[in-house]
Design a protein around this ligand. Structure first.
Ligand SMILES: [Zn+2]
Length: 177
């Protein structure tokens, strides 16, 4: 494994005040799960997430961001209005709850994250894993994507997560004043 990959993930941890030495197994977990991603893309993703996240992103978020970048490279995917070539469908979660609407109110002390709910029904999805259930994007993500600021619904999903966690943090800060 090249040192650049290790450097990138360590940088990600350090940027969110996580000591690399104490989180050795977690760093290795990220590296293992992100093994299919080319080094340059991994570095780009890490740089973007350091600038745009307010907590250490999960490895699934790093993966999702790279999947979004892949579309820009425009290879190996067929056009699809549902997944925009990614083949995977992502949703916003809070704890174990699928968040379908902007009106969702968290009742526990946790945070938002994104996760794959399944594959798209199109050819891109089939190419991934036929064993995975077919899924669709929630209205929440579709509405965000409809604002036109994103290259794919998966990216809109990432941005919702980042924004909602930021709002949550601000609310906690207000209440403790
Ligand atoms: Zn699709």
């Amino acid at each position: 494994m090249s040192n650049k990959r290790v450097d990138a993930i360590e940088q990600l941890f350090l940027s969110f005040n996580r000591e690399v030495g104490k989180n050795r197994s977690l760093v290795e977990n990220y590296l293992t799960n992100l093994i299919g991603i080319e080094t340059k893309m991994l570095e780009n993703a890490v740089n973007h997430l350091i600038m745009n996240s307010d907590r250490l992103p999960r490895w699934t978020e790093v993966k999702s961001y790279c999947d979004n970048l892949r579309i820009l490279k425009k290879h190996e995917s067929v056009p699809c209005d549902e997944c925009w070539g990614i083949g995977m469908v992502y949703s916003v979660f809070f704890d174990d709850t699928l968040v379908r609407s902007d009106a969702f109110v968290p009742e526990t002390d946790s945070y938002y994250y994104e996760a794959i709910t399944g594959r798209c029904a199109c050819e891109n999805g089939e190419r991934y894993m036929k064993t995975m259930p077919v899924s669709r994007y929630t209205e929440l993500v579709k509405q965000e994507f409809a604002t036109g600021q994103y290259i794919a619904p998966a990216q809109a999903c990432s941005e919702i997560v980042i924004r909602k966690n930021r709002q949550l943090r601000e609310l906690v800060a207000e209440n403790s004043n």
